[in-house]
Design a protein. Structure first.
Lengths: 108, 583
């Protein structure tokens, strides 16, 4: 994983409902790799691209993680829409992630 | 990590914790750049110990440290630390960083996580502040969220490797139940780390007793017993191990025991650095004697520590001022330090630790404890005895002249031995008792023993007045000791009798003088008489001789006339009448 934040451009039609997230990872750590993969899968399937995700490597920006109250990695922070939420772990429990991101109504 | 230099083995380098007793028992502190595990039950002092080590390192040696709080919020840590005199808020600006590693309960957990994130943050922080210490407080709180012992172990190894790579002296605290068995999941941590300290809090006779034990210290000696600890204003105080050999210098310098007559009884005062025990029933003036000693010490300009139990310092100074003992002046000048301890709910150990701190702060040359027996009130007699013993030895080590009082219930002379059994180790033992007779209760002072010095073996009456305590002679009459009014009466009586005897003597003297004069006069008269008689006798003798001579001459003349032929016979007859009868 590179230092650069990965911003996936959102669909202009879905801007109002866009979910803004920040994922703190440690590059190369298995849990972090898994978390990114899990998150991307959820987003692709349920948000259809109408989301913004920034991935921050804690090894490179530790003070930023500190400012966000990140203790363990991986940590996902939902910035908007409110309420804000924080999810720790490799996001393998998808239903929990969906619930925390406010996506449960879309579960079929 | 695998390229660690294999240099010649060197003695383990240690970092002082600044906790005196702990540094003593661990031979210098915690292992440098290694990890120490601090285990203990709730409220056993783990967090205080860890934070105190950071505070001491920062304050004493300007070493920066990081405190990672997994259990509490950083502001809670600060609030808890505010009860100590650490000045943590000031230190927290640049020397001690408290990282809030408390996971909010609103956080959702989904799957496994690891600590690489926080370690990266800590690494950044360490470099920024050049930290040398780190504390992981309550790491188990976070790790239990993993719900998998294997994963927990993995994270602990991650921390260990990270610590080894980063040259930090680390303390990890972990909970342990009070049954002295480690929580199963963390048992392996004890094998992993270089030093293990167990904190223990238990109730002994209803009084909480805090203990600390080093159970492991790689590459180092350590005192292996359980050591008592207590919490003071500066944090944890640990009672250090006592050396097995007693090395006390015995001084021959005398210090006053308070007042002159008392010193005389003691053969010149108390030896410097000796310990004196004053025993007695309630109200026998133990405190007064002790106060007098303290006042005398202050008057000599010596730093003095007055420790009282269950009686406020103010009350003591007020009470003592009523018998002419002025302590307030010396308190104000800073020579005298008063400390009043509360004995309920505090164990003897805690008192000992407190006294040790006071001694360190005030550096007294003289010290009094009134009454030491109060220490035994809470926490059991066994512990109190051990503490009393150690206390006396500690003061001897520091050459402090100490006077201790101990309460003895009842007034049986056979029961003079103290509960604390300090009478055997005290150098001088003074016993105060009551004598109740004729509606009076009077105080009597005896010196039971005084090592290495002459001392009076007589009972003295202790009299209190506005001018202070004093000792007076007692009278023994008919096998009984008289005191108080009886003594006073006896004294008056004795004084009257003395006067009478004096008068009688003078009278008798005059009588004798008169008799002598009389006799002399009579001798004179008799002598005159004698002279007269002698003279008379001489006169009479002279007359007698003259008469005898004249009559014998006459007889001779007659014989010659009557028979001339019988001249030969008449020759012999001149001396007797026989020839005249035969003729």
């Amino acid at each position: 994983m590179r230092r650069k934040p990965i911003v996936i451009p959102s669909d202009p039609a879905a801007v109002t409902a866009a979910v803004v997230m920040r994922l703190y990872v440690v590059s190369g750590a298995p849990n972090s790799v898994q978390a990114l993969a899990n998150l991307e899968a959820i987003c692709q399937r349920q948000l259809k691209g109408s989301y913004q995700l920034e991935v921050v490597d804690v090894l490179e920006q530790p003070l930023r993680a500190l400012a966000d109250g990140v203790i363990v990695t991986p940590s996902l922070i939902k910035l908007s829409p409110p309420p804000a939420a924080q999810i720790v772990g490799n996001l393998s429990d998808k239903s929990k992630v969906q619930r925390a991101l406010g996506l449960e109504e879309k579960i079929v | 990590m695998n390229e660690m230099k294999r240099s010649a083995p060197q003695p383990l380098s240690k970092r002082a914790t600044g906790i005196e007793g702990f540094d003593a028992l661990s031979g210098g502190g915690l292992p440098r750049n290694r990890t120490t595990l601090v285990m203990g039950g709730p409220g056993s002092g783990k967090t205080v110990f860890s934070l105190q080590v950071l505070v001491n390192a920062a304050r004493q040696r300007d070493e920066a440290g990081i405190f990672v709080a997994f259990e509490e919020r950083s502001h809670q840590v600060m609030a808890n630390a505010a009860t100590f005199d650490w000045g943590l808020p000031a230190l927290a600006e640049d020397q001690i960083y408290i990282l809030d590693a408390h996971l909010s309960p609103t956080i959702v957990q989904s799957g496994e996580f690891d600590l690489s994130g926080i370690l990266a943050i800590l690494k950044a922080k360490q470099e920024a502040m050049n930290a040398e210490w780190i504390v992981f407080d309550g790491i188990d709180v976070l790790l239990t969220l993993l719900r998998d012992p294997i994963l927990e172990m993995r994270e602990i190894y991650r921390i260990r490797d990270w610590l080894a790579d980063n040259e930090l002296t680390a303390i990890i605290t972990a909970k342990m139940d009070s049954q002295a068995s480690a929580v199963a999941n963390y048992g392996f941590m004890q094998f992993m780390v270089d030093c293990v300290i167990r904190f223990n809090r238990r109730l002994e006779y209803g009084v909480p007793a805090h203990r600390l034990q080093v159970t492991k210290y790689r590459g180092s000696d350590f005192a292996s017993g359980e050591f008592p600890l207590s919490f003071g204003i500066s944090g944890i105080e640990v009672a250090p191990p006592e050396p097995p050999e007693i090395i006390h210098e015995a001084s021959t310098e005398r210090v006053s025991a308070g007042f002159e007559r008392f010193d005389i009884m003691l053969g010149g005062g108390l030896f410097r650095g000796s310990s004196t025990l004053i025993t007695g029933a309630p109200g026998t003036s133990k405190t007064t004697l002790i106060g007098k000693f303290a006042e005398a010490a202050c008057q000599r300009g010596e730093h003095t520590l007055f420790v009282s139990f269950d009686e406020g310092a103010d009350q003591i100074t007020r009470n003592l001022s009523s018998v002419g003992i002025d302590l307030n002046t010396h308190i104000q000048s800073g020579l005298l330090r008063m400390y009043s301890g509360r004995t309920e709910a505090h164990s003897a150990e805690e008192h000992l630790i407190k006294l040790r701190t006071l001694i360190r702060e005030h550096q007294p040359r003289c010290m009094v404890i009134d009454p030491l027996s109060a220490m035994a009130k809470a926490g059991g007699i066994g512990a109190a005895r051990a503490v009393a013993n150690r206390l006396i030895h500690m003061m001897k080590d520091k050459k402090i002249t100490v006077v201790i009082s101990a309460l003895i219930e009842g007034n049986d002379p056979q029961m003079e031995a103290t509960d604390l059994q300090i009478s055997t180790i005290a150098d001088t033992w003074i016993h105060l008792s009551y004598l109740v007779r004729s509606g009076e209760r009077n105080r009597a002072l005896t010196i039971v023993k005084s090592r290495g010095t002459w001392h009076s073996n007589q009972v003295r009456e202790l009299v209190l007045s506005e001018a202070g305590p004093m000792l007076t002679d007692v009278y023994s009459a008919g096998g009984e000791v008289l005191m108080g009014t009886l003594r006073w009466e006896k004294e008056a009586e004795e004084s009257a009798r003395q006067k009478q005897r004096q008068a009688e003597f003078e009278h008798k003297q005059r009588d004798l003088e008169f008799a002598e004069a009389d006799t002399q006069a009579r001798i004179k008269a008799l002598q005159l008489d004698l002279q007269r008689q002698q003279a008379e006798l001489a006169l009479y003798t002279l007359a007698g001789e003259a008469r005898i001579l004249s009559s014998s001459e006459r007889e001779n003349a007659l014989r010659r006339i009557r028979g001339a032929d019988l001249s030969t016979r008449m020759e012999s007859a001149a001396t007797s009448l026989t020839p005249r009868e035969t003729s």
